[in-house]
Ligand binder design. Structure first.
Ligand code: TMP
Length: 211
């Protein structure tokens, strides 16, 4: 059985991950291939519970290291219980975020050491890395406006802005470091243009994997 293709979609908030994932999945299905979608943190019942804890943790602060470890706990569940079984069954997997999110948000954004993140990645998923990572890229102002954070920036908004600048820069550096894995798509253009690019990429991937 030929292993399926593992595709991840990355980017800051507001770059349009969901609608582009829909386009990608539709093309792959049209080609008669089996494809599943999953997301991180999440993708399995327990990992979805971890996602809920990360979003809604009441008054208890979550230390940055705990946040990182929770991301990787969820990832371990998703890799072992969803991603690997599907790939081994020949299905394609499209995952909304993966370890590059931990590098960009916990590493770039929060400043946790990249070596620690990469050793966790190695421990948690070894050589299970995406075959292709689509980085949907737009300047932070555009992403934040689309994500609904409009209005005059207060201190927290500015902090948010600086945080997302670091996240975006980290993503772009990761893409430069691994040009064979990353495809950067500029999402400042119209939705139609962006989706046309995603559709073309899907066709290329289907063709190059049909041999
Ligand atoms: P979203 O995927 O629905 O946009 O939300 C997930 C949030 O979690 C998003 O703010 C990015 C963040 N995140 C991390 O900080 N590290 C990670 O490893 C992952 C997978 C997500």
């Amino acid at each position: 059985m030929k292993r399926g293709l593992f595709i991840t979609v990355e980017g800051i908030e507001g770059v349009g991950k969901s609608s582009n994932i829909d386009v990608l999945v539709e093309q792959v299905r049209k080609a008669g291939l089996e494809v599943i979608t999953t997301r991180e943190p999440g993708g399995t019942p327990v990992a979805e519970d971890i996602r809920k804890l990360l979003k809604d943790h009441g008054d208890e602060p979550i230390p940055e290291i705990a946040e990182l470890l929770m991301m990787f706990a969820a990832r371990s569940l998703n890799v072992n219980n969803v991603i690997l079984p599907a790939l081994e069954a020949g299905k394609w997997v499209v995952c909304d975020r993966f370890t590059d999110s931990s590098r960009a948000y916990q590493g770039g954004g929060r400043g946790l050491p990249m070596e620690s993140i990469d050793s966790l990645a190695n421990w948690v998923h070894g050589d299970t890395w995406p075959d292709v990572t689509i980085l949907l890229d737009a300047p932070v102002e555009i992403g934040m406006a689309r994500a609904g954070n409009r209005g005059a920036p207060d201190r927290i908004e500015r902090e948010k802005h600086d945080f997302f600048e670091r996240v975006r820069e980290c993503y772009l550096n990761l893409a430069l470091r691994e040009p064979d894995r990353f495809v950067i798509i500029d999402t400042t253009r119209s939705l139609e243009e962006v989706q046309a690019d995603v559709g073309r990429l899907a066709v290329q991937l289907i063709e190059s994997n049909s041999h």
